[in-house]
Design a protein around this ligand. Structure first.
Ligand SMILES: [Zn+2]
Ligand SMILES: [Zn+2]
Length: 342
């Protein structure tokens, strides 16, 4: 499930003893939205922007007939540029399978639907897109309460209205995720997103302060403007293959080179695709392919060497008796036992 507001799964591990599956997800420095609200005290508008991302992610899931079934603040992470990321897919299911009694029982046992976020019809229907929307409404209410500057918000009426429709008792009265994304609750964000600005960490091709929409921000919050990032990506692509292989050909935060020693994960292909010009992005992709091809070649060579070594060992270990092939046993033996003299 690929969406900018859905936490991507980096790797899947299967525990063969317990039969369970573990998912590895990227690390987000701001963490859970509820903890972020507590520790960083972001403005209500920034929290609202995170909720907008999550609503978009839900619309994407529901469009693909997937129900998240455990929407709540701890399952919402805050990523680079304070963007919302929907996480915890261990109980997301295709909607055809969700209502079976078996699933209902295991879900209850495993996660015990967080009480406050449980739609009233849930015991009868199991998780549905509408119960996701109910849980989203509760999430909005909870974050509103935790947010210190929310009370003074001029559009408080819109906020209360948004929570009211999402948490309607009847599932039919709740808006779809698509409709919710278009709710007036999110309207002030358009201006907010354009206004966010920081100082570019390179500052070679810009006047310094740049809007976030005109650059890329790493996981540690360093902004690089579009122009500077293009120059940086070009210089990264021009480096030797050995150096580029260290990061799989990816572009890291420019501050990873300097004194700050930023350790944020490299920019994703998707992020760079949005920000770089077509020609620079094309060069970046070609460079990445070159790195990956060299990795494949190396892996193939290693595998071939491993096989040759194993074959060599087998020949060395073969005892004298085995080596002396009797003429009569010549025909029925498999070919691999018939090694010519070295
Ligand atoms: Zn710049
Ligand atoms: Zn950084």
């Amino acid at each position: 499930m690929c969406h900018p507001a859905i936490v991507p799964i980096v790797a899947v591990f299967r525990d063969t003893h317990k039969g369970s599956v573990m998912l590895q997800m990227p690390f987000y420095p701001y963490g859970q939205v509820d903890e972020w609200v507590k520790s960083s005290a972001p403005g209500w508008m920034a929290v609202r922007a995170v909720l907008q991302d999550i609503t978009g992610a839900l619309a994407h899931l529901h469009m693909n007939q997937i129900v998240h079934s455990d929407i709540k603040p701890p399952n919402i992470l805050v990523g680079p540029r304070e963007r919302g990321k929907l996480a915890d897919f261990d109980i997301s299911v295709a909607s055809e399978t969700r209502t079976t009694q078996q699933y209902l029982v295991t879900t209850r046992v495993r996660v015990g639907w967080t009480a406050n976020f449980e739609a009233p019809e849930l015991p009868q229907t199991g998780s549905t897109a509408a119960s996701d929307m109910f849980a989203l409404g509760r999430t909005v209410a909870e974050l509103l309460e935790a947010c210190t500057d929310a009370d003074g918000a001029s559009s408080r009426g819109d906020v209360d209205e948004f929570v009211r429709v999402l948490t309607a008792d009847s599932a039919e009265d709740r808006p779809s995720a698509d409709a919710a994304a278009a709710h007036v609750f999110f309207k002030p964000l358009l201006a907010f997103r354009v206004e966010q600005a920081s100082v570019c960490c390179i500052g070679a091709f810009c006047a310094g302060v740049v809007r976030h929409s005109d650059g890329a921000v790493c996981g540690e919050g360093h902004l690089t403007c579009r122009k500077c990032l293009e120059g940086f990506a070009l210089s990264c692509a021009g480096e030797g293959l050995g150096l580029r292989r260290e990061h799989e050909g990816r572009v890291c935060c420019p501050n990873s080179r300097g004194e700050l020693g930023c350790t944020a994960t490299p920019f994703s292909d998707g992020e760079l695709g949005q920000i770089l010009s077509a020609s620079v992005f094309d060069g970046y992709v070609k460079g990445r392919m070159q790195v990956l091809e060299s990795r494949v070649r190396e892996a193939v060579e290693q595998e071939a060497e491993r096989r040759l070594q194993a074959e060599l060992r087998r020949l060395v270990e073969m005892d004298e008796a085995q080596r002396k092939v009797h003429p009569l046993s010549f025909i029925p033996r498999p070919v691999y036992n018939l090694q010519p003299n070295p």
